[in-house]
Design a protein around this ligand. Structure first.
Ligand SMILES: [Zn+2]
Ligand SMILES: [Zn+2]
Length: 259
């Protein structure tokens, strides 16, 4: 079974290709299941317009277009529709409302900012600022406790710019893994920067030290392509390598979500 539930669309302004291109590439890449989880819009009340997500007004079309394609391609691939969302405490009741209002099948927890994109910098750019690192930990743990999300996307996102995996990272990782287990949430083995890591030889995320801890804590993993371009789904080597790495580590892998 080959599944991926982490797929973006051009509506987020930093992904390319048509919705249908992603599906065609996924079929080429041998996927049985493809879930769309574009960056969720948020009901900002300040007039703030995010450059990294769809507008609120685009949400109905996003959902209906994916559902249309789900029907069109039903004999070739199983399609699902969801969103990738942060944990913004002030807007969390809105999030649970839209989850009911639209036929959204799942929400991925992508903890990119906290308490909102307007007020805080991107957690993937966290350097040695311990305040920011602990904010990542705290918001991720609180978000997991809401029960709204299906899995945690890139739990080791804080290693996107942090120079070395030190004792602070170790503590943060352990706490994240323990809470994920408590909430029965799988952790995503994210392939979003696989290309970059291979090219530069850097280990951003998935970070080996994080996954050693995940193994020690008995976490469950799920592979997510985090596709921002259709070709990400046609390339099989990173996915296959991830399956192998998780197998070598002895981390159980969830092959598909029960939606
Ligand atoms: Zn993105
Ligand atoms: Zn994503």
């Amino acid at each position: 079974m080959k599944a991926n539930y982490h797929t973006h669309t051009s509506r987020c302004h930093h992904a390319e290709g048509t919705d249908e291109d992603y599906i065609k590439s996924a079929i080429l890449g041998g996927f049985d299941i493809l879930g769309f989880s574009d960056h969720a819009p948020w009901p900002y009340t300040t007039g703030f317009v995010s450059e990294t997500r769809m507008l609120l007004s685009e949400l109905p079309d996003y959902v209906s277009h994916i559902l249309e394609l789900k029907e069109k391609y039903k004999d070739q691939i199983e399609i699902h529709v969801g969103l990738e969302c942060e944990y913004y405490p002030q807007m969390i009741s809105w999030l649970s409302e839209i989850k009911e209002k639209y036929p959204l099948e799942y929400l991925l927890f992508g903890n990119h900012h906290y308490p909102s994109e307007e007020e805080a910098s991107f957690f993937g750019m966290c350097t040695t600022d311990l305040h920011q690192l602990h904010r990542y930990e705290k918001s991720l743990i609180e978000g997991m406790q809401t029960g709204l999300y299906t899995y945690v996307a890139h739990p080791d996102l804080f290693m996107g710019a942090y120079p070395t995996f030190d004792k602070h990272c170790e503590e943060v990782s352990r706490n994240i893994c323990r809470e994920a287990n408590k909430q029965h949430l799988p952790l995503e083995y994210n392939l979003g920067c696989a290309d970059y890591c291979e090219m530069t030889g850097e280990s951003l995320f998935p970070h080996p030290a994080f996954w050693e801890i995940a193994k020690e804590e008995g976490c469950t993993a799920i592979i997510g392509v985090d596709a921002h371009a259709p070709y990400n789904l046609a390339t099989q080597k990173y996915y296959d390598k991830a399956v192998e790495t998780l197998r070598m580590l002895g981390i159980p892998r969830l092959e598909k979500l029960d939606l």
